[in-house]
Design a protein around this ligand. Structure first.
Ligand code: AMP
Length: 211
């Protein structure tokens, strides 16, 4: 199955993508995670992308497309993939049709007012990727991942100024994809408010899977 998750930053796509990808046994491909790994490893791509990401803007299409195309050549993607954070604009969506035509796009619908606190209070584990929220889903031990004890980080682009830019970029570049996928009959909308379990049930229902 080839699925993409679409929605504003902070809608919970990453958390749900991890759950669904393991259920479907397809890789969870987050272009944001892939780019952050490249930044951490100081690869040429990472060095090129770092300042753009920190500012909350989009990395050039050609770079992200190369990264994704290469990743999709690995054997674990033979049976499909769950894309999280890609495509981010119509040009990326058009390019994707040439190498990974999607079966379904799940749109995470959420009131704009919920996003800023979700992001500024978000903390993540750099080792396993688990995502926490200081208020709604805090770790058992402050500042440490429940799974592996790694010190949690506040992503530089989850600080307020970058978050505002990311939301603007989303509205301008990514939101037009809703109509794009709707017109192709690929779009399913889920309410992204509520508990992780509630949203997970909505995603499964959208894909015709029983809870
Ligand atoms: P995310 O983790 O999906 O919020 O992505 C973090 C950052 O990585 C974004 O703000 C962009 O700078 C960059 N990024 C991730 N995915 C893409 C993409 N498909 N196209 C361009 N930039 C991206």
């Amino acid at each position: 199955m080839r699925i993409a998750f679409l929605g504003p930053p902070g809608a919970g796509k990453g958390t749900q993508a991890k759950l669904l990808a393991s259920e479907l046994r397809v890789p969870h491909l987050s272009t944001g995670d892939m780019l952050r790994a490249a930044v951490k490893e100081r690869t040429p791509l990472g060095l090129q992308a770092e300042s753009t990401m920190k500012a909350g803007k989009l990395v050039p299409d050609a770079l992200v497309l190369d990264l994704l195309r290469q990743r999709l050549q690995q054997p674990d993607a033979a049976k499909g993939a769950l894309l999280d954070g890609f495509p981010r604009n119509v040009a990326q969506a058009e390019a994707l049709t040439t190498f990974l035509p999607l079966d379904r796009v799940i749109y995470f619908e959420i009131p704009v007012g919920e996003l800023l606190p979700r992001l500024t209070e978000r903390r993540s584990c750099p080792a396993c990727g688990t995502i926490y929220n200081l208020r709604s889903h805090p770790p058992a031990k402050a500042g440490r991942c429940d799974r592996d004890g790694t010190e949690l980080v506040h992503r530089p682009d989850d600080r307020e100024e970058a978050v505002r830019t990311r939301l603007e970029v989303y509205n301008r570049e990514t939101a037009p994809l809703l109509e794009y996928f709707r017109s192709k009959g690929l779009l399913s909308t889920v309410r992204a408010t509520g508990s992780v379990e509630e949203v997970q049930a909505a995603v499964r229902a959208a894909l015709g899977r029983r809870s």
